[in-house]
Design a protein around this ligand. Structure first.
Ligand SMILES: [Fe+2]
Ligand SMILES: [Fe+2]
Length: 139
C-alpha cells in the first residue's frame, strides 16, 4: 500500500460523493406526489452529509499532496421512485465497501484520523441505505 494508491482510492470516493450530490438533487426534482414531499426532505438532509464527506475528502487529498477530482461519477436515471431508491441503496452500499477498504489502507499507512473518519463515513452511508430500504418497504 502506497500513499499514491490511497490518494487514487480517495479520489474515486470523492467522485462518487460529487455524483451522489448531483443524483440526489436530480432525483429530488423528479419526486412527485405526497411521497415526493417526504423524499425531497430526505434528499436535502443527505445532500448535506454527502457534501460534508466530499469536503473532507477534498481536504485530505490536498493534505496528502494529491489533486482532488472535480468530476462526478456517472449515474443511471431510472423512471420510477422505487427504481431510483433501489439504485441509491445499491450505490450507498458500494460506498460503504469502498470506505471500509480505504479505512484499512489508511490503517496500514498508520493514519488513524483518516481510518476512523472513513469508518464513520461508511456508517453514514449504511444509515442512508437503511433509511431508503425502509421507504422502499412501504411503497
Ligand atoms: Fe457520502
Ligand atoms: Fe450516502
Amino acid at each position: 500500500m502506497t500513499k499514491e494508491e490511497l490518494i487514487k482510492g480517495l479520489n474515486e470516493d470523492l467522485a462518487a460523493e460529487l455524483g451522489t450530490v448531483i443524483r440526489y438533487n436530480y432525483q429530488a426534482g423528479k419526486s412527485f406526489g405526497v411521497i415526493g414531499i417526504e423524499l425531497r426532505e430526505m434528499f436535502e438532509e443527505e445532500i448535506k452529509d454527502e457534501l460534508g464527506h466530499a469536503s473532507f475528502l477534498t481536504d485530505i487529498i490536498i493534505d496528502l499532496g494529491g489533486e482532488p477530482t472535480t468530476t462526478p461519477k456517472e449515474f443511471e436515471k431510472p423512471d420510477t421512485i422505487k427504481e431510483m431508491l433501489e439504485l441509491n441503496i445499491k450505490m450507498e452500499l458500494e460506498d460503504v465497501e469502498n470506505y471500509k477498504k480505504h479505512a484499512e489502507w489508511a490503517e496500514q499507512l498508520d493514519m488513524i484520523e483518516l481510518k476512523m473518519k472513513l469508518e464513520d463515513m461508511a456508517a453514514d452511508e449504511a444509515g442512508h441505505a437503511r433509511e431508503m430500504r425502509r421507504i422502499v418497504k412501504g411503497l
